[in-house]
Design a protein around this ligand. Structure first.
Ligand SMILES: Nc1ncnc2c1ncn2[C@@H]1O[C@H](COP(=O)(O)OP(=O)(O)OP(=O)(O)O)[C@@H](O)[C@H]1O
Ligand SMILES: [Mg+2]
Length: 265
């Protein structure tokens, strides 16, 4: 973990420039600019309602931004169709997993590969997913809805891998999981990054896990990026230690917040 990543190119894999997205009158993100470099794990930290999910939905085309642009591999993908964005190599693991509960574990994995024609490659990638998460092999024929929350998270990450992506967007993989399971899942996420070279953008409330697993981090408050740095440096900042690592009631910009634990639904 935390080994510095040498980017393959100076041009970032993903670039957001002044992105603003809203739900009707509610501006959820306001002028967000960020970069994710090839081969790294980047993280966006923020509390409930900061706008983390909105950033990911805007990148993957689920929400069209009001302003700004999203660039992926040098292509402007702003407001593209989500299916087209997947085909370009960018896959979103949504908050709350959203596996297909009435399909088997194996069929869920195959759904992740629906754009691919290379059967051998798909078969290989199923085995790769099983090697990361052996429990999924044991449960291959079982309905995904019968898996535990943690196992569903494993399936959601594996389903994303089945698209053979260059970039995975991960929305709060720790949501509703025990600390032990969260740690296990983060370890696999880091392995996927190091072994497959998959670039990852992770959004989290669990600052501790996210800062340990990631190379570069952004802090989001009220829809704005208020701080960014290498995770090694962010971990040392008093504001981060005190607020995001749970020792103070104030954010970086001083606004008071409450911390609410979300649970697996
Ligand atoms: N579908 C929606 N309709 C209206 N407002 C929304 C909708 N989704 C999110 N919002 C609002 O947009 C803001 C950002 O929400 P978002 O879900 O992006 O936050 P988040 O950082 O992912 O929070 P959490 O950690 O709770 O998942 C919040 O104020 C939220 O209430
Ligand atoms: Mg969210």
């Amino acid at each position: 973990m935390n080994t510095p990543v040498t980017p393959n190119t100076d041009e970032p894999l993903l670039k957001l420039l002044n992105v603003e997205s809203a739900y009707g009158p509610i501006k959820a993100i306001r002028g967000v600019s960020l970069k994710v470099r090839q081969g790294e794990i980047a993280t966006v930290l923020g509390s409930n309602g900061a706008g983390k999910t909105t950033i990911l939905k805007t990148i993957s085309g689920i929400i069209d931004p009001r302003k700004g642009s999203v660039e992926f591999k040098g292509m402007n993908i702003t407001a593209n169709d989500p299916a087209l964005i997947v085909q370009k190599g960018l896959v979103h693991v949504p908050e709350g997993r959203e596996v297909f509960p009435l399909l088997s574990v194996r069929d869920n994995l195959l759904m992740g590969a629906y754009t691919r024609k290379d059967r051998d490659g798909v078969a290989r990638d199923i085995e790769l997913a099983y090697s990361y998460f052996p429990i999924l092999k044991e449960r291959a024929a079982q309905d995904a809805g019968l898996l535990s929350g943690g196992q569903q998270q494993m399936l959601a990450i594996s389903r994303a891998l089945m698209a053979n992506p260059d970039l995975i967007l991960l929305d709060e993989p720790s949501l509703g999981l025990s600390p032990k399971l969260t740690k296990e899942i983060f370890e696999i996420v880091v392995r996927i990054n190091r072994e497959r070279g998959t670039t990852i953008l992770l959004v989290e409330q669990n600052a501790n896990m996210a800062l340990n697993a990631s190379d570069y981090g952004y802090v989001l408050e009220n829809g704005r990026i208020v701080m960014e740095d290498t995770c090694a440096k962010l971990r040392e900042k008093d504001d981060i230690k005190e607020f995001y690592l749970g020792m103070k009631e104030e954010g970086v910009r001083g606004e008071r917040r409450w911390k609410k634990k979300k649970t697996w639904r």
